[in-house]
Every structure is written in structure tokens, then in C-alpha cells.
Design a protein around this ligand. Structure first.
Ligand SMILES: *Cc1c(COP(=O)(O)O)cnc(C)c1O
Length: 508
């Protein structure tokens, strides 16, 4: 059974049981270890650092070195840190422990350290953990199954798995990624209404039992390939107001189609255990949740009459993840729907949030590679200047979602400036004229080599990025603060990535 069921005040209580335990350090112990370091001969503690840098702790600039050595000095049980001396060696499999947690400063740090060629992400693990805590607070009854398609960056998956979040996978590949982390298959839902037979067999071999369907053909496909599966009937929102267009591709009609499917599955002895829906990607209308929960209740009534034993309601994704107040707004509709129609505690309520968890955890920095000044005649003012900027990421890269959905990203210059603002257009790097990231935004005058930050770039960005025209490479830096590192470390499995500590000047 998944570990998350009852809410309590401490996130640590949701951690799953099946992870290796290692002795956690407390925050004060970490601080103390830095003080201890002062007293230990630096030659002894950091022999390799000796070879590369002057052993002068007051040298300015960044100094990065591993704490494995001194942790071993102070705490013989703590072995999980790897050796790294330089920020430049950071890779996607490491989490950089940073006491400051200010994304802008960390970007400045990175950009000062070396000439950077590719767009750079910071993945703020603190933000992921904050989202997890927020989820527990506003949706105490709902078990999250993170939608892997939204962002399958290994750190995101590892952190969420460690926190006890379960997973929504849509393909064999996604299931493989989760199973490879030793996540129990009972923590996975195969939430796609169109699965190939081989993927269903793979789910069967790996004991991933929960899966969705919305039509008779898929029902038989599941029955033929995995007769013991526990299926969930996906319904669509009754779309009379065209508020969500997801229903044209996914879900059966709860009022006109569900009953027939439930009859067939009962006759065919295929277990149906509940109802699912997904109000849609980037939906801005939380009230859809209430109405669809009501429709799900209708299907539960039919199922009970037919003899099905339903125990699960899956309310899908669709909760935005930009700010906390928004989550509270969704919670009003969702929790009211659950209170009105699913007050029976024996029914498990699950959800498939993707965007909610990752949207604000990522910030993307892109570099200006070309600046073109344009002067146009204008009716109001007789002269107006605007700028065209060409940056190193675009709609064939991490901004792909702009092409398909109504979404806008707002650029923020990394350098502080109070200068005059100009209308600006931001173009992506490829030879495609449609490769435009922002149209008519206000920016101070930027130069070649300046960087722009884009917030809220965690959802549907990297996963959609292509290598069109030979672009698409990027770097990702993962950061965490001490307290959160310690929280994770208590349950962090040994096959996961390493935490890396930055020796900051303030602490020395
Ligand atoms: C994409 C998807 C999700 C995640 O949606 P978000 O809006 O990113 O939360 C959840 N469930 C299903 C079935 C999906 O297709």
C-alpha cells in the first residue's frame, strides 16, 4: 500500500518505509562540522583540494569541495557524499547544497564561474518539497500520483519518490523509469486510455495493476493481456460549455456511455475499481473539478447497482503550480466536491498532479546571442525604437508548449537595471520564423552575452524539447538547502544521486 494516507504535520511522516536508512545529520551538527573544520589541519582533511588550490581559507571566489572527508572525520556513519571540488563538475545527477537558496544569486555564481554556452536550468528541490507540504495541507485526503510526462528529470522523480509521492505513468518507458528506482509497483498507476498490448503485458509482468480505460476495445485489450488488472473507468467532463476540450480525445460520457461499459466489464469479469478524469492541461477553471466529481458520483451509483465494488476516485491533474493561493482556490472546489459526494472515507481519493509539483521549481536562463535595433515610424510618436533579441532556446526547445497552448513566458533580465524599457521581441535560435519566444515585451536594452531568466519553466518544457537544427542542449543544476537535504537524507536510497556541499565563504 502507498505510504500516504493520513495527513500529519511533519513531511517526514509520509516517507515510504522501503528505503535504506542512514544516520541523518542534524542542522546544528552540520554547522558544528564546519567549525570543527577550522581546527583540523586543512592538509589532513582535504588532501586533494591541496593540489588544486592554495590552502588559504580567506581566498575570495568560489571554493567547492566535498565534505566526505571531513564528514568521515566527524561522523563515521555518514558516507553518502561524493567528492567534487568544482561547481563546473556539477551534473544532472547531483544536488548542490546551498545555504542561500536564492535562485538569482546562484545563477550569477554559475555565470561568473565559466563561460556558458547552453541554456541553464536551476531545479530548486526546496520548491518541490514545499509543494509537497502544500499538497498535504490543502488536499489532506488526496494521495498524489505524480504525472511523469510533465517532467521526468531524474532528481524530480527521486525526490518525489523519497517523499512518498506515487506515480502516474503513460507508457512502458515511464513505468521502467519508476521501477528502476525500486519504487513499489503498487505506487504506480498506468493512466493512459490507449495502451499497446506489449505495454499492458509489461505492466502485468511487473505487477502494475491499476490502469484506465474508456471504451470497449481497450477493455478487451486489457482483459486479454492482463485479466487480473484493476481498471479505472475514465470519464470526460460533460462539455456543453466547451470549457475543456479534453473530452474530444479522452474519457467516456458519464451519463450516456459509462453504464454500458460497466455492464460489459461485469459480464467479462474484468475488475473495475473506480472512476478517473482529467479536466485538462493548463485549465484555468477550478469549478470544472466540482462538476466532474459530481459526474463521477453518478457513475459510482450505477456501478453499485450493477454489482461492482468501487473503492477509488482519481481526480487527474490540472492544478496549476505557480503560487500557493491558487492551490487553495482549487482546493475549495475539489474539497467541496469530495465532501458533497464522496464523504465516505473508505473510498480512496487519488490525483495525478504534474504541473502542480514542478512548475515553479524550475527557472530557465537563456543567453542573448544577437541584438538587432529597429527604428520604425509610428503614428503616435514619430519615432520608436524596438529591439529584436535572439536567444539560445526557443519553441523547438524548452519553449515548445507556446506552439500548442495559450501560454506566455515572461523574461526577466539577470542583471539589475533601472534603465529605460523598450518593446522587445525574443526569437529562438533556429532557422524557423515561427521560433519566437516572446512578442512585444518590455525590457531594458540587453547586450550580447546578457542572460534572461524565465520562471515557472518546470512543466512541459524539457520533455518537449527537440534537437531541431542541432540546438536543444542544456545544463541543469539542482539545489537544496541543509534542512531539506537532511529531511531527504533520512530516507534517501543509496542508488540515488549524491548531495554535494558548497563550502561557502560566510560559513568558513
Ligand atoms: C498530463 C496528465 C496529467 C497531468 O496534468 P497536469 O495538468 O500537468 O497536472 C494527469 N493525468 C493525465 C491522465 C494526464 O494526461
Amino acid at each position: 500500500m502507498p505510504a500516504i494516507n493520513t495527513p500529519t504535520s511533519s513531511a517526514a511522516n509520509y516517507l515510504p518505509d522501503n528505503f535504506t536508512l542512514c544516520n541523518p545529520l542534524t542542522f546544528t551538527e552540520i554547522e558544528k562540522s564546519f567549525t570543527d573544520l577550522e581546527e583540523v589541519e586543512i592538509e589532513q582533511v582535504l588532501p586533494e583540494l591541496q593540489q588544486t588550490e592554495e590552502p588559504d581559507r580567506h581566498v575570495t571566489g568560489r571554493r567547492f569541495f566535498d565534505i566526505e572527508d571531513f564528514v568521515e572525520h566527524c561522523y563515521t556513519n555518514a558516507k553518502k557524499f561524493s567528492v567534487i571540488y568544482n561547481l563546473l563538475e556539477m551534473n544532472e545527477g547531483s544536488i548542490y547544497i546551498n545555504p542561500h537558496s536564492n535562485v538569482q544569486n546562484i545563477f550569477e555564481d554559475i555565470l561568473n564561474s565559466e563561460e556558458q554556452e547552453y541554456p541553464i536550468y536551476i531545479c530548486d528541490v526546496n520548491d518541490l518539497i514545499a509543494k509537497f507540504k502544500l499538497w498535504k495541507k490543502v488536499f489532506p485526503r488526496i494521495e498524489p500520483y505524480y504525472a511523469v510526462k510533465c517532467n521526468n528529470h531524474p532528481i524530480v522523480i527521486q525526490v518525489l519518490a523519497t517523499l512518498g509521492v506515487n506515480f502516474d505513468c503513460a507508457s512502458k518507458f515511464e513505468i521502467e523509469q519508476i521501477i528502476s528506482l525500486k519504487v513499489d509497483p503498487s505506487r504506480i498507476i498506468f493512466a493512459h486510455i490507449c495502451k499497446s498490448a506489449s505495454h499492458i503485458k509489461y505492466a502485468s509482468e511487473n505487477n502494475v495493476k491499476l490502469m484506465t480505460f474508456d471504451c470497449e476495445e481497450e477493455l478487451f485489450k486489457i482483459k486479454n493481456n492482463f485479466p487480473e488488472a484493476e481498471t479505472i473507468l475514465r470519464i470526460k467532463y460533460d462539455d456543453s460549455n466547451a470549457e475543456s476540450n479534453f473530452g474530444i480525445k479522452f474519457g467516456c460520457d458519464p451519463y450516456t456511455e459509462a453504464e454500458e461499459l460497466l455492464k460489459i466489464s461485469f459480464r467479462e469479469n474484468l475488475k473495475v475499481v473506480g472512476v478517473s478524469f482529467h479536466i485538462g492541461f493548463l485549465s484555468k477553471n477550478p469549478s470544472l473539478f466540482y462538476k466532474t466529481i459530481q459526474a463521477a458520483y453518478h457513475v459510482f451509483q450505477i456501478a453499485a447497482k450493477l454489482g461492482h465494488k468501487f473503492y477509488l476516485l482519481d481526480i487527474g491533474g490540472g492544478v496549476l503550480g505557480t503560487d500557493d493561493n491558487l492551490a487553495a482556490l482549487y482546493a475549495e472546489y475539489i474539497n467541496k466536491g469530495l465532501n458533497d459526494y464522496f464523504s465516505d472515507d473508505s473510498i480512496r481519493i487519488i490525483s495525478e498532479p504534474g504541473t502542480f509539483f514542478v512548475q515553479s521549481a524550475f527557472t530557465l536562463a537563456c543567453c542573448v546571442q544577437l541584438v538587432k535595433k529597429k527604428v520604425t515610424k509610428n503614428v503616435q510618436t514619430d519615432k520608436s525604437i524596438y529591439y529584436n533579441y535572439y536567444i539560445n532556446d526557443g519553441v523547438h526547445g524548452d519553449f515548445a508548449v507556446i506552439m500548442y497552448h495559450d501560454i506566455k513566458y515572461i523574461p526577466r533580465p539577470i542583471k539589475n537595471t533601472n534603465e529605460t524599457l523598450f518593446l522587445s521581441t525574443i526569437w529562438g535560435p533556429t532557422c524557423d520564423v515561427a521560433d519566437k519566444v516572446c512578442d512585444q515585451v518590455l525590457l531594458p536594452k540587453m547586450d550580447i552575452g546578457d542572460w534572461l531568466l524565465f520562471n515557472n519553466t518546470g512543466n512541459y518544457t524539457q520533455v518537449l524539447s527537440s534537437k531541431f537544427n542541432g540546438f536543444g542542449s542544456k545544463k541543469i543544476y539542482n539545489i537544496i538547502n541543509y534542512e531539506n537535504m537532511l529531511l531527504l537524507r533520512t530516507k534517501w536510497p543509496s542508488n540515488y544521486c549524491n548531495f554535494i556541499i558548497k563550502q561557502s565563504e560566510e560559513i568558513i
